[in-house]
Design a protein around this ligand. Structure first.
Ligand code: SF4
Length: 257
């Protein structure tokens, strides 16, 4: 398990492209390669470690694309206007962002060109950029919150801020009337009624997803004595309870499985 004492290898690199086509949105933008949040269920980690040529385990390296804002400034005038997903294979507000501010600088470029933006994070650092977020032409900003329980989150998402901090940040974002969402995925052990209740008035939309079964993820569940929480029965039951509560609370939601 990654602890807060885990050493993360930070490297500064030059990227060749920053605004890339995406199958989910029009574009995806990843200012970093790697993610020190080190989530145990991270699908990006399955291929990004090999793709990036790193020998360190997922969660223990971050490549900083130093030229990301400048590249974006050059790419945007040639790009058809479309929604930019930040980020698809890293967290744009992982700790290294507080120093390099690449996400912030890229948002400025997107704001200048009035591109719609979809931001997904687990970090309350996003609140730092409220000044820019408020100026974006179109924006949805949200948090991945897979459980309502801070201890469970710490087990599965060892490098990420607590759920409590994420919810407080969501409150601040909602207070300035931005469009928000919460992504509950993969559903982790939780109190679904409690989680849904905490989202009332904070999330305009809730997405629900399950775990992709892979050997590496399953091994982790097994090592924690949580194998029953990586099963079809578990996801079905949790989905039903979440849906019932979201409907009762009048929250808009979308099922991804
Ligand atoms: S925050 Fe997202 S990208 Fe980062 S490790 Fe967790 S799931 Fe992967």
């Amino acid at each position: 398990m990654i602890s807060i004492l885990t050493v993360v290898k930070i490297s500064e690199v030059q990227a060749r492209s920053i605004l890339n086509k995406s199958k989910i949105f029009d574009y995806c933008l990843n200012p970093y390669i790697g993610c020190s949040h080190g989530c145990r269920y991270c699908y990006a980690g399955l291929f990004m470690t090999r793709y990036s040529g790193h020998s360190e385990p997922w969660g223990q390296f971050v490549d900083v694309k130093l030229n990301a804002p400048e590249l974006l400034r050059r790419q945007l005038p040639r790009a058809r206007r479309g929604t930019v997903w930040i980020a698809s294979v890293c967290d744009p507000y992982q700790p290294v962002e507080s120093r390099y501010q690449l996400t912030r600088k890229c948002l400025r470029e997107l704001s200048r060109r009035a591109f719609p933006v979809f931001i997904q994070t687990k970090s309350d650092l996003v609140v730092r950029d409220l000044d820019i977020l408020k100026d974006l032409a179109e924006l949805e900003v949200g948090f991945s919150i897979a459980t309502d329980d801070d201890r469970t989150a710490a087990l599965f998402e060892p490098g990420a801020p607590s759920v409590t901090r994420r919810l407080k940040a969501l409150e601040k974002i909602k207070a300035v009337n931005l469009r928000t969402f919460v992504f509950i995925g993969p559903i982790l052990p939780q109190n679904p009624e409690g989680l849904a209740g905490r989202l009332i008035g904070l999330a305009d939309k809730v997405f629900i997803d399950r775990l992709n079964y892979t050997g590496q993820f399953i091994n982790f569940y097994r090592s924690q004595g949580l194998l029953s929480c990586a099963s079809d029965d578990f996801f079905k039951q949790m989905k039903e309870r979440l849906v019932t509560e979201l409907e009762r609370s009048g929250l808009s939601f979308e099922l991804i499985f």
